[in-house]
Design a binder for this molecule. Structure first.
Ligand SMILES: [Zn+2]
Ligand SMILES: [Zn+2]
Length: 276
């Protein structure tokens, strides 16, 4: 079965995320390595880092990823914002490397009024630059498909990927809510969409799935996550995905709303669906 997990909180210390993952029986985990709403970051202390790695080694968690800050816009044509974004991303790489993470999941950026081609080109060039400056990092740079920002369709991701020099450093994250909202009907055309993805981008690039039901209707272009089975995608799709042998060793991470007890409920449901 796929490696199921959640986005875990680092409140009170980064290793608390591991405790939460262990408590919920996760085999995969996603974290923010810092407060993702602030540009300013706190350095990870050696003690925090050691604690984190020790707990991780003792756990059954096989894959752990960071999610880059939402403030970062690698596609920005505005000099100041672009510079800040690259700097923040490189800091993210440093922390993720220190913590031995398997990769950094990120959104390629926002269009912010720019022409699509321009934004895509800047994003690709910036990713190349970041990879080049991060050769010490053993993890992957994982592009997440979005609902309406840069990377909102297979064509855009293909465009970026074709421009990447070190493709072996790249992974793709499919967020089930995002691609459904972007206009890929995974609910009714599961095989067709995966075939299309394989033809245009390549299934071999898939590293992570974000498992979210969609609060908004098909092709809404509005990114809103909801609990599994409570949205417009529905349980049947998740059952198909969980039993798809092509993805049996992939991380599948919930990013559903953080309401008390719901991570456990969603995980239990996913496990049940996987067995059926
Ligand atoms: Zn994301
Ligand atoms: Zn996501």
């Amino acid at each position: 079965m796929a490696l199921l997990g959640i986005h875990a909180s680092i409140a009170g210390g980064i290793s608390n995320a591991i405790d939460e993952g262990v408590f919920l029986g996760c085999e995969a985990l996603q974290i923010f390595t810092t407060n993702q709403r602030q540009w300013k970051v706190k350095e990870l202390s050696d003690e925090e880092t050691e604690n984190f790695i020790k707990k991780l080694e003792k756990s059954k968690i096989k894959k752990i990823y960071s999610h880059a800050s939402y403030l970062i816009n690698l596609a920005s044509a505005k000099k100041e914002q672009h510079k800040k974004s690259v700097k923040a991303f490189l800091e993210e790489v440093k922390r993720s490397s220190k913590l031995n993470l398997n990769g950094i999941i990120f959104h390629p950026g926002n269009f912010a009024g720019q022409k699509e081609k321009v934004a895509l080109k800047i994003a690709a060039e910036t990713i190349n630059k970041i990879i080049e400056e991060s050769l010490f990092f053993k993890g992957k740079f994982i592009i997440e498909l979005t609902a309406s920002a840069v990377g909102k369709n297979f064509e855009q991701v293909k465009f970026i990927l074709e421009k990447i020099e070190q493709k072996n450093k790249i992974g793709i994250c499919i967020d089930t809510a995002h691609i459904f909202e972007a206009g890929y009907d995974i609910k009714n055309e599961y095989e067709k969409i995966l075939k299309l993805f394989d033809r245009m981008i390549g299934l071999k690039y898939i590293e992570v799935f974000h498992l979210n039901d969609s609060k908004t209707p098909f092709a809404s272009k509005v990114d809103r996550h909801i609990h599994i089975g409570y949205g417009y995608i529905g349980k049947e799709f998740f059952k198909k995905l969980l039993s798809d042998k092509r993805f049996k060793d992939k991380a599948m991470i919930l990013e559903t709303p953080k309401e008390k007890g719901w991570d456990k409920k969603n995980l239990n449901l996913l496990k049940k669906l996987a067995k059926k």
